[in-house]
Design a protein around this ligand. Structure first.
Ligand code: NAP
Length: 304
């Protein structure tokens, strides 16, 4: 199937282009970006012009930052094409619901991707937790914004989500692996004095689960989720790549298709072929609730 990639920046080049090149399902037929390019691929700077000129491209994958993504997604759907969204699926829940309703009305597939859910040990973690009683849990998601978002000022602009840009990945895993619904009950958000979005957040959830998100972590980076149950403790490390049960490493039985983005593109191919959509907004709801409920603290100014 022919696909166009929109917003050729960091994640498009790091992950989407290699995943598409290796996929038996997809041909990268065009890119749309003001400055970014992919060697050897037809290039457009205007989305409407590409949609007009290439009716044979039925699927569009959006790698734009969240703020410009909604208008682009609407344009794609109104042109009768299927759409795949990088995370987060919108800047607001209202945008997400609007896209979902529009796709449904037009009979088009929409896929709100959560790449961290495709990490190797997330499915085994979900299977292990399925029959356990959750006692408590803690998420530590600490990384260096200068390393992962070099110079990307949009992360600190309204709609950029701040530390929830990586933190929502942890929440996408949490909502996937828990055997019950989870609800935000409290939040403290730290805003740099010169920025519009938080650089750190401490969150409390139902089931005695807490989270510590911080974008000021230099040196080793930490992306871990620990869940204590009635039958032992589960720990996911390295963003879901490693799983330990009571301190013993678990191994994977099935390594058929490795990699978060190859799995996302296989799922998109399945959705398009089946004429179905996948738009799970639970991670986005937890982030929205943190902004609704969060106490605000002002901290040191941040400069890249
Ligand atoms: P990015 O490199 O800053 O942006 C992608 C491209 O979008 C830009 O290079 C730019 O290309 C285009 N663009 C169009 N309108 C823009 C605007 N108003 N502001 C900035 N760029 C605009 O971002 P990214 O890191 O790839 O992230 C894109 C999305 O992927 C985000 O939602 C992020 O959460 C998600 N993501 C990122 C990572 C990561 O490691 N960075 C990992 C997983 C997911 P042109 O100038 O050529 O138009």
């Amino acid at each position: 199937m022919k696909l166009a990639l929109v917003g050729i920046g960091k994640i498009a080049l790091d992950q989407h282009v290699p995943a598409l090149a290796a996929s038996p399902d997809w041909e990268l037929a065009a890119t749309v970006s003001r400055n970014g390019r992919v060697d050897g691929v037809e290039h457009w700077t205007d989305l409407a012009a590409m949609l007009d000129a290439r009716p044979d491209i039925r699927v569009v994958s959006l790698c734009l930052p969240p703020v410009p993504r909604f208008d682009a997604a609407m344009q794609v759907l109104e042109a009768g094409r299927f759409v795949m969204l990088e995370k987060p699926p919108g800047t607001t829940l209202g945008e997400c619901h609007d896209l979902q309703d529009t796709a449904e009305r037009l009979g088009l597939s929409i896929f709100a991707t959560w790449h961290s859910r495709e990490a190797a040990m997330v499915a085994p973690a979900k299977a292990w937790l399925a029959d356990k009683i959750i006692k408590r849990g803690h998420i530590t998601w600490r990384e260096d914004v200068r390393k992962w978002h070099p110079g990307q000022d949009w992360v600190f602009e309204p709609g950029g989500m701040g530390v929830f840009d990586p933190g929502i990945n942890a929440l996408s895993i949490l909502t996937e692996i828990l055997p019950m619904a989870v609800r935000l009950t409290g939040a403290e958000l730290e805003y740099p004095a010169n920025r519009q979005t938080p650089i750190a957040a401490r969150l409390q959830f139902s089931q005695a689960i807490s989270a510590d998100f911080d974008w000021r972590q230099e040196g080793p980076q930490t992306w871990s989720i620990e869940i204590e149950t009635d039958q032992g403790t589960l720990a996911l490390h390295d963003g879901g790549a490693r799983l330990e049960i009571d301190g013993t490493a678990a191994t994977l039985a099935d390594t058929a298709l490795a990699g978060e983005y190859p799995r996302l593109y296989r799922r998109m191919a399945d959705l398009v072929r089946a004429g179905r959509s996948d738009m799970d907004l639970r991670p986005m709801t937890l982030v929205a609730d943190a902004f609704l409920l969060g106490a605000r603290q002002i901290t040191h100014p941040f400069h890249f």
